[in-house]
Design a protein around this ligand. Structure first.
Ligand SMILES: [Zn+2]
Ligand SMILES: [Zn+2]
Length: 1019
């Protein structure tokens, strides 16, 4: 944290305001740039607004602030702190450098001092931010301690107190330090969501002191939690509150966010708490000048020249680029231009060592660096001091991000200039044509999907491993997602306890399989040269970005993919320096599974639903990095990629197609172009990258029966983008028409309808037809005349699975067999049925158990089961309720009975009993329709359960003996005892089966002896 009522670091001789204005004038009049300046505007200066707290801070904190040069608080700080002190969950929405960290530092320090033992947890999305905040925190705590603001010692004697403590617990924290932090957590624990998930929640018993006393959770930079990351954080915070509640605490939230359209809504969606939002910024600000430049030639050349000019004028400058490669390129061009820049400018990006980055930040702050060229890495956090000029080399992708970057230059006493240099991309060109939109239309929403079932399932398993999932508590916590618990139970990943009201996760530490920045099956990316894993990637992105032969960008570094191994989920790469990039080609289709919402918006029929996307990637293109020329097309051999997600679709009345065709337009080219253009403008609605969304255009969709354009979330389960597009469809379409009309090209270009990610290589595309189609759609009348046919019935395929799948109810008992069954009640229809001749409802089910003469050891191992020889077999006929015993001499009779039965049920029957019998016959025993209970259990549990253990847990009875005992009896000639034992096993098998059949589960004990339910569908 840096002082906010700052001392002037440098006084220009000339009035800084007029100097900058004259610089702007010279740019506008210059031969080089003058013609390319499309827009200039100024956001006027604003005076600081201060306010008093409604109750003063403790004197020690007041004095500590004064030590740091802070005499009074800005109005937004005072307002937020007042509300926090009154117990509200507070969200501060302010731009960069407005002193937002004081908003959480002061209340948490105050609480630490006034309620010794209470704890606060700070969550920062990035490590660098955590480092910065630790320094600010420690400095303020030390200053407070100097003025007597200490946490009293145990005995409460004067002079025994200590300053408020804080420590970072993240991936870089050494083990020894971790143990210490866990055993005795500092007053403030600083971490990130990943570590909270993996290191803290997963081991919450080690963190008892933290959770028992957790008073406050600080969530900084709320706006970065979008899409997949947002869904994950949402669940991590739910788990955090669950665990805290378990230890008896209910922490308050203090959050902060950059300015976005929906801060309160995002905060509530992420945390489940309704926030008190403070968004009236009281920090002062000098005038901000903005200029839009649409260069006729290369935007990079323009950027380099303008950067050099700014430096030559004595300004301190930062340029933001969109890629590491460009960052390095601009830096080297600048150094080539003149030696006078040597040592005065630096590049900055992720991928540099943390020490290097800290050093650059420090030199920027103290002014020894005059300029920096950076990727988005410098957009957030760390104070880099007073810069004057900001070049945005390409539209940063969102209005939110644009203002964050603009906020990196200028100060209260320093006016600033930001120049947006447009690229030939659709969004850039849209803003060049509509500059007011960037300044006045405000900010995008940040969206994620709290109901993404894929992510919810993963976190339910984590939650169930942390504390058992309980009907009473967790149905309230998880709402309708709680029904997923039953799915997970059926799949055998969660198990229910014997009472039936609590679920446990069977896998240990399921948290290790959940990565907060990706979804579903995860592939590891392995750098073959360094021999280490450099990252992970989800299946959808793996196929698109890391197929064999792809050039993959990781933290700006290029890697060439050697091999994508699907089975092993492994991607081998080597670092490379390549002049081309790769794009996949292929085809895709979508099936509508379920319509979630539908509406008619300005005459447009739009629907939102669950869809199944199938992509067949058939090849990839290599294209030159600069210029994008195609270098070649290469084949790919990949299985189809299928995933379920959320999508929106608009249906087009046949009348529109007829009109396009009548006008000699290319209808398919028109809807395809419209789809591209709409996707390119999607970032106007919610923060996203073009790659987060997919699209498919149909001249005739098989289920809808007419033409449709689909736009869907490019992640399994959905990320909330299509849902946002559904809400704003008419608006999106209007903006799309504006984009297309404003683009001066004839047949389409990368600034309007061409997509760098088109799987069809931008073919066919018809810009004119796209404009006409959108125009017709927006003429409300057009669609109305077609209104009758506007809602065609969907043709859902029968397998259009209704989600979530219905819970199997416990089965009513169709028969009672235990303790003298009634003879004539049939067993339910068997799953597998004899080849005919059986009377429906009277199917013969036999339960079978076999004892042998020899042990596996005696015949040379389990592979020789047929040599073990039959000692005795017992069957139980479920229709006649009769047991039957077969000795070795009766084996033919036994085999015949088995073949004749409709079903033979046994425990380990497939692997053992039938193998023993195989030694006696040439008969094809595959004709015996067995149902092996153990095989079914093994499929679900992943390990083999002994019949005795299963019976003990399920029925509360044990087996009478075991196989070894039986072998001994054989040698002693006690066939009578073997018969008793074998019969008993048949009974147990039968009763376990009937229990599962009736209740839909059986019981077993886990390693800790806990009784768990195993769901079964034994019919
Ligand atoms: Zn164009
Ligand atoms: Zn396309």
């Amino acid at each position: 944290m840096k002082p906010q009522a700052r001392v002037r670091t440098e006084v220009r001789e000339q009035d800084p305001g007029s100097a900058l204005l004259s610089f702007i004038e010279r740019i506008k009049r210059s031969e080089k740039f003058g013609g390319d300046v499309v827009f200039v505007d100024t956001v006027p200066a604003r005076e600081a607004s201060y306010a008093e707290l409604s109750a003063p801070l403790p004197p020690a904190l007041e004095l500590a602030l004064r030590d740091q040069g802070i005499d009074s608080l800005y109005s937004h700080q005072a307002e937020a702190i007042d509300r926090i002190r009154s117990g509200e969950d507070v969200l501060t929405v302010t731009p960069t450098a407005s002193g937002k960290s004081l908003v959480y530092l002061l209340p948490t320090l105050e609480t630490a001092l006034s309620r010794p033992g209470s704890r606060a947890l700070y969550l920062f999305p990035y490590k660098a931010l955590a480092q910065d905040q630790l320094q600010g925190m420690t400095a303020l705590a030390a200053a407070a301690a100097r003025h007597g603001g200490v946490v009293p010692g145990l005995d409460g004697l004067p002079g025994t107190g200590r300053p408020v403590t804080a420590a970072i617990y993240d991936g870089d924290t050494p083990d020894s330090r971790r143990r210490k932090i866990k055993a005795e957590p500092p007053d403030i624990v600083i971490t990130n969501p990943d570590m909270l998930h993996l290191g803290i929640l997963a081991h919450h018993r080690d963190w008892r002191l933290l959770f028992e006393n957790l008073a406050c959770v600080v969530v900084d930079e709320l706006h970065v939690y979008r899409g997949i990351f947002g869904s994950h954080l949402h669940h991590v915070l739910r788990r955090l509150l669950r665990v805290a509640e378990h230890y008896g605490s209910r922490p308050r939230f203090i959050a902060s966010s950059a300015t976005i359209a929906n801060p309160g809504g995002l905060g509530e969606a992420l945390t489940g708490r309704r926030f008190s939002v403070v968004d009236r910024n009281g920090a002062p600000r000098a005038a901000r000048h903005l200029m839009f430049l649409n260069p006729g030639s290369s935007p990079y050349t323009a950027a380099t020249q303008l950067f050099a000019w700014s430096l030559d004028e004595g300004y301190r400058a930062i340029a933001f680029t969109k890629a590491r490669k460009i960052t390095e390129l601009l830096h080297s061009w600048l150094l080539q231009a003149s030696t006078r820049y040597t040592g005065r400018v630096s590049a900055y990006r992720s991928g540099y060592l943390p020490e290097e980055r800290r050093e650059i930040e420090r030199r920027l702050f103290d002014g020894s660096l005059q300029g920096v060229i950076s990727t988005s890495a410098l957009e957030l956090g760390v104070d880099i001091g007073g810069l004057d000029v900001c070049l945005l080399v390409g539209y940063p992708g969102s209005v939110v991000s644009t203002w964050q970057r603009i906020g990196r230059v200028g100060r209260e006493d320093r006016p600033s200039l930001t120049v947006l240099i447009a690229m030939p991309d659709a969004l850039d060109q849209y803003f060049m044509a509509h500059p007011g939109d960037l300044l006045k239309r405000g900010f995008e929403e940040v969206v994620f999907d709290p109901d993404n079932p894929v992510i919810a399932r993963a976190h339910l398993l984590c939650a169930g491993a942390e504390l058992p999932l309980e009907e009473t508590r967790d149905r309230e916590v998880y709402g309708r997602l709680f029904s997923l618990v039953h799915d997970l139970e059926r799949e055998g990943t969660l198990a229910r306890d014997a009472e039936g009201s609590r679920w446990f996760t069977l896998r240990r530490r399921p948290q290790r399989d959940v990565f907060l920045r990706s979804i579903g099956a995860t592939y590891s990316i392995v750098d073959e040269q360094a021999g280490r894993v450099i990252g992970t990637i989800d299946a959808v992105r793996a196929f698109h970005q890391t197929h064999t032969g792809a050039v993959y960008l990781h933290h700006g570094q290029q890697y060439l993919v050697r091999e994508l191994e699907i089975e092993a989920r492994r991607i081998s790469v080597i670092p490379a320096d390549i002049e081309y990039y790769t794009e996949v080609r292929g085809e895709k289709e979508t099936e509508i599974l379920e319509v979630l919402r539908e509406k008619r918006d300005s005459g447009i029929d739009v629907r939102l639903g669950r869809i199944l996307v199938t992509e067949r990637l058939t090849g990839y293109e290599k294209r030159r990095l600069f210029g994008r020329d195609r270098l070649g097309l290469f084949d790919l051999d990949l299985p189809p990629l299928t995933f379920e997600t959320v999508g929106l679709w608009i249906t087009l009345p046949d009348a529109i197609r007829d009109r396009i065709v009548a006008g000699e337009g290319h209808f398919m080219g028109g809807i395809h172009a419209l789809e591209h253009a709409m996707i390119s403008l999607f970032p106007l609605l919610a923060i996203c990258d073009r790659g987060d969304i997919g699209g498919i255009s149909y001249p005739q969709h098989p289920q809808i029966g007419r033409s449709a354009i689909f736009i869907y979330d490019g992640y399994p389960g959905g990320v909330g983008l299509a849902a946002r597009g559904f809400e704003e469809m008419a608006d999106l379409l209007r903006r799309t028409v504006a984009l297309l009309r404003a683009c001066p090209c004839d047949a389409g270009c990368p600034s309007c309808i061409q997509s760098p990610k088109c799987g069809n290589g931008n073919n066919p595309l018809d810009k004119r037809a796209a404009i006409d189609i959108a125009g017709f759609l927006l003429e409300a009348g057009t669609a109305t005349e077609d209104a009758g046919a506007g809602r065609p019935a969907l043709r859902m395929a029968p397998r259009a699975v209704t989600m979530p799948r219905p819970v199997t109810p416990p089965r009513a008992a169709p028969i009672r067999l235990m303790g003298g069954g009634t003879e004539n009640e049939p067993l339910p229809t068997p799953v597998r049925r004899g080849a005919g001749g059986s009377v429906p409802g009277r199917e013969v089910t036999l339960f079978l158990d076999v004892e042998t003469q020899k042990s596996a050891e005696e015949v040379g191992g389990w592979q020789n089961i047929p040599d073990m020889k039959l000692a005795l077999a017992v069957t139980y006929n479920a229709i006649s309720s009769q047991f039957k015993t077969y000795h070795e001499k009766d084996v033919e009779r036994l085999l015949l009975d088995l073949v004749m039965a409709d079903r033979v049920i046994g425990y380990n029957i497939d692997r053992f009993d039938m193998s023993v019998l195989k030694g006696y016959t040439q008969l094809d025993l595959s004709r015996v329709h067995t149902f092996d209970l153990l095989a079914d259990i093994y499929r679900k549990l992943g390990f083999r359960l002994k019949l005795g253990d299963l019976a003990e847990a399920t029925l509360g009875i044990g087996k009478s003996a075991d196989g070894l005992q039986s072998l001994k009896w054989w040698k002693e000639g006690r066939v009578d005892l073997i018969e008793q034992y074998c019969r008993r096993d048949v009974e147990v098998t039968r009763d376990v089966y009937l229990f599962g059949n009736r209740n839909g589960y059986v019981l077993y004990r886990d390693r800790d002896g806990k009784q768990l339910r195993l769901p079964v569908e034994w019919k």
